[in-house]
Ligand binder design. Structure first.
Ligand code: 13P
Length: 248
């Protein structure tokens, strides 16, 4: 049985003051539910939010990390630093990082390996652009991102990977993939894992959908057999909406 995972990706939103306020409002959402809940805040808020989440079932995630433990990498944050303050999850390879900050399949691969070695669970994002979908090459694109991203990752770690299928054209646009399309693509992703690593791992790993998930479409999305959770941007920034997402 795969435990559903609802994760909020706050992106570059909320000051530390705002972050503390929001997390105080949602820290109880994971009580009395079988759903696993994660909030991925900006780096600067992680320490303060971590304090508040100490007595909560909500888990903490970061939105990126460097793969090295320490060193001369001005402006970067290491896995050791994240682990030290109680971070459990880390988003890797979000399309916005691939698009604006030169994230590549190679850096994604280094980060995934490093996350596992340091006891962090990576949420690895994959997804095609509108142009790629319209040319019918979305499967090829996603397969490539996944196989390059997890190349050489030790199999003992793989069952803890979370993959988030986020079609880029659905992010922040109000357009969602139809739940059937999302389900089909996520089934396809599971099959990629099955072909390469076997059925046991493929049945164990969780694959989320992301892209304009809102309170009014979350039930339909979560009712799809292949979809194990949602990675949510905009709707995770409002306590009421986030609560509704967790209660899908
Ligand atoms: P939105 O939910 O705002 O479309 O963002 C999705 C996303 O990119 C989550 O990582």
């Amino acid at each position: 049985m795969r435990i559903p995972l609802i994760a909020g990706n706050w992106k570059m939103n909320k000051t530390v003051t705002d972050a503390i306020e929001l997390v105080n409002e949602i820290k109880d959402v994971a009580n009395n539910t079988d759903v696993e809940v994660v909030v991925c805040t900006p780096f600067i808020s992680l320490v303060g939010v971590s304090e508040i989440l100490k007595d909560s079932n909500v888990k903490l995630g970061a939105q990126n990390m460097h793969w090295e433990e320490s060193g001369a990498y001005t402006g970067e944050i290491s896995p050791t630093m994240l682990k030290d303050i109680g971070v459990d999850y880390v988003i890797i390879g979000h399309s916005e990082r691939r698009q604006y900050f030169n994230e590549t399949d190679e850096t994604v691969n280094k980060k995934i390996k490093s996350a596992f070695i340091h006891g962090l669970n990576p949420i690895v994002c994959v997804g095609e652009t509108l142009e790629q979908r319209e040319s019918g090459i979305q499967r090829e694109i996603v397969k490539n991102q996944i196989l390059k991203g997890i190349d050489g990752v030790e199999e003992k770690y793989l069952k803890n990977i979370v993959i988030a299928y986020e079609p880029i054209w659905a992010i922040g646009t109000g357009k969602t993939a139809s739940s059937e399309d999302a389900n089909e693509m996520i089934g396809y992703i599971r099959n990629i894992i099955k072909e390469k690593y076997g059925e046991e791992i493929s049945e164990e790993i969780r694959i989320q959908y992301g892209g304009s998930v809102k309170p009014n479409n979350v039930t339909e999305i979560m009712n799809q057999v292949e979809i194990d959770g949602a990675l949510v941007g905009g709707a995770s920034l409002k306590a009421d909406d986030f609560r509704k997402l967790v209660d899908f």
